[in-house]
Write a protein that binds this ligand. Structure first.
Ligand code: WTA
Length: 671
């Protein structure tokens, strides 16, 4: 295993607890996916995808080519076809007579609600598309969306798709600085935001961050942004720049409810989504239209067994993450689903809020993250027991490995011991689900994502790229191109090649460690690179280190992800302070003050999600002779383990120094 060896539980321990849950015959009989799907895809993989693309997507110009891999690793799928993603998500359902079907049951955190039918959505998206056009946005222009979870967020994304303007959604929890760098990288022409949103019972502001992000700053010129479109959500006061800022409701009020969607090439960029990589600079992951939409619809239909006419689907992800793109917006809407969108947190105003919503809307398919499940476990099963959850029939998990205990709890307490669980492995880069059981087909195992979907080829390989035998471990790779694969990193083809395609010749390297069990099923074991996974959010150790060293008091910093019972991993930072500040931190109060300053600094540079849980002030960092920080040893310290083999350190006494220094109590924080 590599230097950044994963610290996930061993396969032996996992398997020890394993039993498989075969699908019930009743479920299997009515399931969308049948075992024959694997055979079909295996017999003719490209033909299989072409069939999916024709069946699930409506093309304004049908494609004749399926895959063009001549420009590898940049794929072209269905390249001579034309389509519009918003038309596929909305209009075609209205044309099919389903205009009165509810697309979105919106529930605001304060309890306000809104029901949006597909016909409503068509009018609203058309208006927004006309409004964007009136503000000068044309095909190919980039639009940054920085919004809470609102109906308008979905409308904004679809309006961009409708006019062929790639959107780049930035999670509302990112700071002004993070927003600024993403706007600059994408050279966005317009930003869509809100005055604020409701979170934990109070309005929180968004617009000030946009004002800071788009204006001139520290000698840097103002951004490329010409207009800021502002949704009024909370009614709080906002600063206003005349000529630049426009209220969403004003712009839409004057806009026509008819808009002709623009037919774009299958390979036209649909969106850019920034995600953390192993270096400090976030990567703009580029997705295009035809292949992405095909895989979004295909996976949503088969992995969740969606029956659009009867199911109520709820994915709890924020649109700021890829799960919100593929499984709140494009997949469910392409399939004509009825879904719930909830603005707030699971514990506001009480810890049963999610289950109350499941009962209220009769949710039948729930898709969420292991962190949320573990948090609910901690709160106790009597909370969900107070609600009628019998409508649930499929449960999904995504974002991080799910431990068998959480899996079993999810199945028993939330799923009434009957609903199949689909543990879905995928990434921002893959665009859609890649490895997952199929409900009704796969006998599920607690803690394993198990098998590549029909049409997908995944493997676990060793350092020499050899496929490991059953029972072996190594790195997860994807061996064949897939329709919703990333088409590159925005503006940086070389980085795209280096990051994903240089580790193993001809194979996509996902960055995850994995093992195969005796049945050949795949178990994901966490990242093997410098990417952490905190509450299902991807964070880069390097990015947080850069944020820390950009503060005056820090001379050097090293960040690790330490195992955490609830959040999967927690950010733990080791810092060396500059001379005079080291003195300041030598008293417990002084240390606490410095730690608080640094935590706030990281929140400002990146966002509150990246704040280190613990900051440990140390005299030295463990380095190899070539100067590489040995994070493995720091992780041992962060997880209170005996420090492992330190013989390759340039100075082997460093770990003693660090351990001795840490014997003193040090401040830590929980939020
Ligand atoms: C991790 C989220 C284990 C993995 C869709 C991956 C998972 C990273 C799972 C991508 C899962 C996601 N089991 N690990 N079911 N799903 N991961 O880009 O490390 O935010 O590489 O996409 O999350 O995170 P991203």
């Amino acid at each position: 295993m590599p230097e950044n060896e994963t610290t996930a539980p061993s396969l032996e321990n996992l398997l020890h607890e394993t039993r498989a849950f075969p699908p019930s015959p009743a479920f299997a009989a009515q399931a969308n996916a049948q075992a024959s799907l694997y055979e079909e895809a295996k017999a003719d993989r490209l033909g299989f995808w072409a069939d999916q693309a024709r069946e699930l997507v409506t093309w304004s110009t049908p494609f004749t080519q399926t895959l063009d891999w001549s420009g590898a690793p940049v794929a072209k799928w269905f390249a001579d076809g034309k389509l519009n993603a918003a038309y596929n998500a909305v209009d075609r359902h209205v044309e099919a007579g389903l205009g009165d079907r509810v697309a979105i049951h919106f529930e605001g955190e304060p309890g306000d609600t809104r029901t949006v039918t597909y016909a409503d959505l068509q009018r609203e998206v058309s208006r927004a598309a006309n409004a964007l056009t009136a503000l000068g946005v044309t095909q190919g222009d980039r639009v940054v969306i920085y919004l809470p979870m609102l109906v308008e967020s979905v409308v904004a994304m679809l309006a961009c798709a409708r006019i062929g303007a790639p959107h780049s959604v930035v999670f509302g929890g990112f700071s002004a600085d993070a927003l600024r760098s993403r706007i600059a990288d994408a050279e966005a022409k317009l930003v869509i935001t809100a005055d604020g949103g409701y979170r934990r019972g109070a309005p929180s502001a968004l617009k000030p961050a946009v004002d800071e992000a788009v204006g001139p700053k520290d000698g840097e010129p103002a951004s490329t942004v010409e207009h800021v479109l502002v949704v009024r959500r909370t009614g709080q006061d906002v600063a206003w720049t005349e000529g630049r800022d426009v209220w969403w409701h004003d712009a839409l009020e004057h806009a026509d409810t008819f808009h002709e969607p623009v037919a774009v090439d299958a390979e036209h960029p649909l969106f850019i989504l920034y995600t953390s990589g192993t270096t400090g600079k976030p990567k703009g992951i580029l997705h295009t239209t035809g292949g992405y939409l095909t895989q979004a619809a295909y996976t949503h239909k088969n992995v969740f067994d969606l029956k659009a006419e009867s199911d109520v689907y709820w994915c709890t992800a924020d649109i700021g993450w890829v799960t919100g793109h593929t499984y709140v917006v494009y997949g469910p809407l392409a399939n004509g689903a009825t879904q719930v969108i909830y603005e707030g947190t699971p514990d506001t105003p009480h810890r049963g809020r999610w289950w109350e919503l499941v009962e209220k809307y009769q949710v039948s398919i729930l898709y969420t993250a292991p962190t949320a499940i573990r948090t609910c476990m901690k709160w106790g099963e009597d909370i969900p027991a107070g609600f009628d959850l019998s409508s649930l029939r499929v449960l999904g998990s995504v974002g991080e490995p799910i431990n068998p205990e959480a899996w079993m709890w999810y199945r028993r307490v939330i799923g009434g011991d009957t609903a199949p669980i689909v543990d879905t492995w995928w990434q921002t880069e893959t665009g859609g689900i890649m490895i997952s059981p199929l409900p009704g087909v796969t006998a599920t195992k607690p803690g394993s994502a198990q098998v590549a979907l029909p049409g997908i080829v995944a493997d676990v390989v060793d350092d020499e790229a050899h496929s490991v035998p059953d029972g072996g471990g190594g790195y997860l790779v994807l061996s064949e191109p897939w329709p919703s694969m990333l088409r590159g990193i925005w503006g940086d083809l070389q980085r795209f090649k280096d990051t994903y395609w240089s580790r193993f010749e001809g194979l996509y390297f996902a960055g995850d460690g994995a093992k195969k069990d005796e049945d050949g099923d795949i178990w994901l074991l966490g990242r093997v690179d410098d990417v952490m996974n905190v509450s299902g959010h991807r964070l880069s150790t390097t990015e947080i280190e850069s944020a820390l060293v950009s503060h005056d008091v820090v001379a050097e910093a090293a960040v690790v992800g330490a195992n955490d019972e609830t959040t999967g991993q927690a950010v733990v930072a080791f810092v060396i302070l500059r001379g005079e500040h080291a003195d300041r931190a030598s008293t417990p109060e002084g240390a606490e003050e410095v730690q608080a300053e640094l935590r706030n600094h990281v929140a400002k540079e990146i966002g509150p999600i990246a704040k280190p849980r613990r900051i440990l002030v140390v005299p030295e960092l463990p380095k190899t002779r070539s100067g590489k920080i040995m994070r493995r040893l720091l992780r041992d310290v962060a997880e209170n383990r005996t420090v492992g083999d330190a013989t390759t350190l340039a100075d082997s006494s460093v770990m003693d120094l660090i351990s001795a220094g840490l014997a003193k109590p040090s401040a830590s924080s929980e939020d």
